[in-house]
Write a protein that binds this ligand. Structure first.
Ligand code: ADP
Ligand code: MG
Length: 704
């Protein structure tokens, strides 16, 4: 019995895993040996693509895709809107005999020229050269997207302007990965490692949180339809207080959804691994096995899309917004980051040899230096209107960037600073040996759930990313700032060694100096407390609570801009353009929310309240007619309460309109929206449930 059940599960994988991906394994069947080897070298060793094989690869891709039902292809890219983009072309081409044939050339594969002038460019493209170009990214495999009976070949691509300016999220990500791997190779060589032929890559495992609610209720909420979050709504009596949802038994309807979701993802070669209930009712999480970063970012975009599509098929709406419901937990993404080198263990694993451990400590110190130096940039990389509701709301890390290392590692870092201590807090330590570098624990298992950037044994978990955001931005920053710090470290080491100084002694001095200067970035306590806010302020760590504050901190920061420029990850123009795009997106989001709140308050809430007032007044009047002595004190108070709240709503409506019409700041708009929300939520608790025009929080969170 159990055997056959196992067999069925195994068959699911065998028959479906990667079925819709033009993977290396598939390529071997469709390409000549020469083309296969050449493409494989491009994918694995990042060697320049041999343009001579493009026609053959395109033709193979087409043959494979058509055999899977595809009629169209598209360059699939990641514009600055934060979503994915695609423009489809069919494979047909005239055969000059009155019919058509299926054709897909190398030229079409390598470069596309969509008329993509409507994507945000932040001023990088004047309209006379508004064309954007998409270029095939061979390192992320093409895949087939099914739609009913149809299918489309999606070719992951970069999106650039005429002069190669990055107009997307993938281009700087690829650049930053290259910069990081270059510095890792350099450091490896300094540590005497043979880096020839080794693959070095940044890894990413993004844990994705989301909400599911019934689709019918979703459709009844204009705010969810338009803004992704509820602009009004009272927290119900029971929400997440009982802590009974987290890791709880998954309801059948949800599990059926999750099953289909996993299978769809497996078909696309996305290694979906864990699934569970999250803290808030109706909140869930999915995490894949970590992968090379560029692939992991593409895959996470597809995970978000697939979540929504599969949810729809199951009568759910998937909410990816950072804060769909006020007063309860919102959703984030845990961005698990590490550096992997083929044939070597992950560089964020404390090693077995003294050599490994010195390398490990170098990476940790580089990270400390990087995060402390560029904290505002790291903060800004997760800034968006949605995430502002979440960061610092005692459910997610605060906007203050800091690093959690755990007590054992912190102890070691302190010893590094003092130089030469040889004791460690824990048992089971590994001798580090090099000169007087301290000993390292084999396993660092401390857990801290409140830190924005936590060391979790063999990776750093950046927890401030918003659930709806692409992981590209935060990884571009992580990769580049760590590369920058490694660059400084390697330069010092190289110059010392070249003047005949001792490597180990120099390394210790370099690391000691970093710890001295940057240890203020380490914090192991509870990041949710006010004590930490005060302590961070004393340490001089920035607390950039909102998106506008964090953008203002970096917008003209020469050190940040020149860091990106120096590593050729973003030119000055590209950096400025991105700032424009993200600032514009933030402002538009706030305006859309405000206008949506206005519409709802004016057309759904206020008329209802006024009507109900009249009904109630009529009723009081009628009862009075019947018999003046019937007590009506409480009901009169109720009428008064409703009238007071309605007045508040009407006056808040006109204030919000005024704030919007006079072009005031987002901050003022947000506070005017808050003023409007209060009486609306109050009315929700007074008016009869059956006339309230919006599904309640309790219904949305608990009916499924
Ligand atoms: P949690 O953080 O909830 O305990 P896990 O430890 O399972 O969960 O890790 C969550 C994510 O981190 C998964 O996507 C996993 O694949 C990824 N991950 C694990 N090890 C690494 C690593 N070395 N580098 C990057 N990501 C990793
Ligand atoms: Mg985690």
């Amino acid at each position: 019995m159990s055997e056959s059940a196992e067999g069925t599960g195994a068959r699911v994988f065998a028959e479906s895993y990667g079925k819709n991906v033009f993977s290396l394994k598939t390529m071997r069947d469709y390409l000549s040996d020469k083309a296969y080897k050449s493409l494989r070298a491009t994918i694995e060793k990042r060697e320049l693509l041999d343009q001579g094989i493009a026609d053959e690869v395109a033709d193979a891709m087409k043959t494979w895709a058509v055999s899977h039902g595809a009629t169209h292809f598209t360059h699939w890219f990641l514009p600055l809107t934060g979503t994915t983009a695609e423009k489809h072309d069919s494979f047909i081409s005239p055969d000059h005999e009155g019919g058509v044939m299926l054709k897909f050339s190398g030229k079409e594969l390598v470069q596309g020229e969509p008329d993509a002038s409507s994507f945000p460019s932040g001023g990088l493209r004047a309209t006379f050269e508004a064309r954007g170009y998409t270029g095939w990214d061979p390192t992320s495999p093409a895949f087939i997207k099914k739609s009913g009976d149809g299918a489309t070949l999606c070719i992951p691509s970069v999106f650039c302007g005429y002069h190669g300016e990055a107009l997307d999220k993938k281009t700087p990500l690829l650049r930053s990965i290259e910069v990081l791997t270059k510095q890792v190779r350099r450091l490896g060589k300094l540590f005497g490692m043979d880096m020839e032929g080794k693959q070095v890559y940044a890894a990413l495992g993004p844990e994705q949180e989301y909400f599911l609610i019934d689709k019918e209720m979703y459709c009844e909420r204009l705010d969810l339809l338009q803004t992704g979050r509820t602009l009004f709504g009272r927290r119900p009596a029971k929400h997440q207080q009982m802590e009974d949802h987290y890791f709880g038994a998954i309801k059948n309807r949800v599990l059926v959804f999750m099953d289909e979701l996993d299978r769809e993802l497996w078909k696309l070669g996305i290694p979906a691994k864990t699934r569970h209930n999250e803290v808030c009712p109706a909140q869930f999480e999915i995490a894949p096995v970590f992968e090379e970063q560029n692939l992991a970012v593409d895959h996470n975009m597809t995970v978000m899309e697939t979540l929504s599509e599969v949810a729809d098929r199951h009568g759910f709406a998937c909410l990816l917004h950072e804060k769909p419901f006020a007063g309860v937990n919102g959703s984030g993404k845990h961005n698990n980051w590490s550096i992997c080198v083929s044939g070597d263990k992950n560089w964020l694993t404390p090693g077995d040899t003294p050599h490994d451990n010195a390398k490990f400590l170098t990476i940790i110190c580089a990270l400390m230096k990087a995060v402390d130096t560029y904290a505002p940039m790291l903060r800004a990389s997760v800034a968006c209107a949605g995430n502002d509701h979440r960061l610092g709301a005692n459910e997610a890390p605060p906007a203050i960037m800091s690093i959690f290392l755990g007590s054992q590692l912190t102890d070691i870092i302190n010893q590094l600073e003092q130089g030469g201590a040889r004791s460690s807090k824990s048992a089971g330590v590994v001798e580090i040996g090099i000169s007087s570098l301290p000993k390292l624990p084999r396993d660092v298992t401390d857990r801290n759930r409140t830190s924005p950037l936590a060391f979790t044994g063999n990776k750093f978990e950046f927890r401030a990313v918003g659930s709806s955001q692409s992981c590209a931005g935060s990884n571009v920053v992580m990769n580049t700032i760590v590369a920058d710090a490694l660059n400084d470290i390697s330069r010092e080491l190289e110059s010392a060694v070249s003047c005949g100084k001792d490597f180990n002694e120099t390394l210790q001095k370099v690391l000691r100096d970093i710890v001295k200067k940057h240890k203020r970035i380490l914090f192991d306590g509870d990041n949710y407390t006010d004590d930490w806010k005060r302590e961070a302020e004393k340490r001089g760590l920035p607390n950039l609570a909102t998106t506008p504050e964090s953008f203002a901190a970096i917008e003209n920061d020469e050190a940040t801009i020149s860091m990106f420029e120096r590593h050729k990850v973003l030119s000055r123009e590209e950096f400025k353009a991105r700032m424009e795009v993200y600032k514009g997106a933030y402002e538009r989001t706030i305006h859309i929310e405000a206008n949506c709140a206005l519409t709802m308050a004016k057309t759904m809430i206020a008329p209802l309240a006024v009507e109900y007032q009249a009904d109630l007044a009529d009723s009081i009047f009628s009862v009075n007619e019947v018999d003046k002595d019937i007590p009506q004190k409480a009901v009169r108070t109720l009428l008064k309460d409703i009238c007071v709240e309605t007045e508040r709503i009407l006056s808040a409506i006109s204030d919000l309109e005024e704030v919007l019409n006079s072009g005031r700041s987002c901050e003022e708009i947000i506070s005017a929206m808050k003023v409007l929300r209060k009486p609306v939520d109050m009315l929700e608790s007074i008016l009869p449930h059956e006339i309230w025009p919006l599904p309640s929080y309790a219904e949305m969170m608990f009916i499924m």
